[in-house]
Design a protein around this ligand. Sequence first.
Ligand SMILES: [Mg+2]
Length: 237
Amino acid sequence: MTIYAFDFDGVVCDSSNETAYSGVKAIAELSGNFIEPTKKLLADFRVVRPCLHTGWESIFIVAMLAKGIDAVEITKDYDHFLEAWLNEHEYSSDYLKSVYGNVRDQWIQGDLKSWLAVHDFYPHAINFIKDLQEPFYIITTKGHRFAVALANAAGINIPDDNIFGLESGPKEQTLKDLRIKFPDQSISFYEDRLPTLLKVANENIHCLNLILVDWGYLKDGDLELAAANGIETISSF
Ligand SMILES: [Mg+2]
């Protein structure tokens, strides 16, 4: 028997538009400026999305794009742009994280239907998960409450406790805990963020298959780098 573990955004759920909309709302909260979430902004956001580490950075991405900075240029020097922007505005990441979390919570509490509606799901991933007979887990950097709401909306039948969110800490630790819980099973972990897979690979957890999915938020060169590190890539379930 194999135990399945899935990252959520970029593996099961396409949340790029929602992340951009939440960034727009957070900027309105921070500065009072409303930035129109045009089709172009959403498309450009999708280009930069693979660089994003955690959700609140969408505030920065939307702000850069609204200033007219080219999406590809941002991806070329993302960390530098981000640091410079934080310094310029004297924002701390903790502060932005709380603003971002609050606008999202207000959106969900005020209008859950519209929040769910701006998400898409990858149909082949949903079908694969729905057909699974084996135990499966979701391991995500999304807040637990958000991931639970979305999994329910997608019709995934999973106990809340099988979803490990942001609050559960690093993914490698969650996978180690699963290794202890299921000492005799192989575990397959599906993820679209290569740096996360490389970090997990460093832990040398036995009988853990690491799989990069190519339909999520990949950066240029990820497929080659995965192959060079012996990490399997899949294009569909
Ligand atoms: Mg992901």
